[in-house]
Design a protein around this ligand. Structure first.
Ligand code: ATP
Ligand code: MG
Length: 249
């Protein structure tokens, strides 16, 4: 029997795509020997401010620009096609479609810690966990901590006491060196919780964390501040040329 082809899926709003997304996809590809990574811009998640999210075509365009020179990174418009029609897309359905389209592939869903903490609230998490291995990367403590206070602290309550976690996290906020192992410990504990509860395959990426978010990029663009180093040059040029994010419309 030939071994299954391993395919990564990097899903996101990508409003805009940035170097944090590219870095975790690269790490996932290396660490799990993925044949390729599909970058899949999604529709507007209900929890995001709809006015702030650019049309799906524009987000696909930026994604294509960001990955055009990187071999084995591909744009997938599987969710975008539905989003363009105003239909909601759900990861559980996407994974099922992918499996039907390519039954000989094993799928690796790549995400950041905030998404891992939120996954139980996604549609049909059982089905998601049945159909892929989840690869989770730390985000910087600032991103992680705000999520942890609400979700993971409760959900992993059996493993660590929630109040203790909250305190430890916020008291460590000023000390970068001290908080990093803590974010990894929390992420590892949450992965373990999901493995036990759902028989999920969840792995942690060996990733130091990059402090970049699309929110931060949109804010900088609005103020006309430099975007250098936060996302690929071609995407930066596209953002300025098209006056994206300069005003809140
Ligand atoms: P926004 O600030 O608009 O929410 P974002 O930077 O979080 O944008 P998304 O498109 O929401 O980007 O994220 C897509 C996926 O990439 C999510 O699973 C998210 O956790 C992950 N991700 C985004 N930025 C990083 C980063 N710097 N490090 C690790 N994972 C990240
Ligand atoms: Mg996000």
């Amino acid at each position: 029997m030939t071994p299954m082809r391993r395919i990564g899926i990097m899903g996101g709003t990508f409003n805009p795509i940035h170097n944090g997304h590219l870095a975790i996809a690269k790490k996932a590809k290396e660490q799990f020997l993925l044949e390729k990574v599909l970058f899949m811009p999604s529709g507007v998640p209900y929890m995001k401010d709809q006015r702030e999210v650019l049309p799906i075509q524009v987000r696909c365009e930026m994604t294509a620009l960001a990955i055009r020179d990187i071999s084995d990174f591909e744009l997938s418009e599987m969710e975008a096609a539905d989003a363009a029609l105003g239909k909601n897309t759900y990861t559980c359905d996407t994974l099922q479609k992918l499996r039907i389209a390519d039954p000989d592939a094993a799928y690796y869903f790549i995400l950041g810690a905030d998404s891992l903490y939120a996954m139980e609230d996604w549609k049909n998490p059982e089905l998601i966990f049945q159909n892929c291995t989840v690869l989770a990367a730390v985000r910087t403590a600032d991103h992680v901590s705000s999520q942890i206070t609400d979700t993971a602290a409760q959900t992993t309550g059996g493993i660590h006491a929630a109040p203790e976690r909250r305190e430890m996290h916020f008291s460590a906020m000023s000390d970068q060196a001290a908080k990093e192992p803590e974010t990894i410990r929390l992420l590892t504990a949450h992965a373990q919780y999901l493995r036990r509860k759902y028989h999920a395959f969840v792995e942690i990426l060996e990733f130091a964390g990059i402090d970049i978010s699309s929110t931060q990029i949109r804010e900088r663009a609005r103020k006309g501040e430099s975007l250098q180093g936060l996302l690929p040059e071609a995407v930066i040029a596209y953002i300025w040329q098209n006056h994206l994010y300069e005003k809140h419309s």
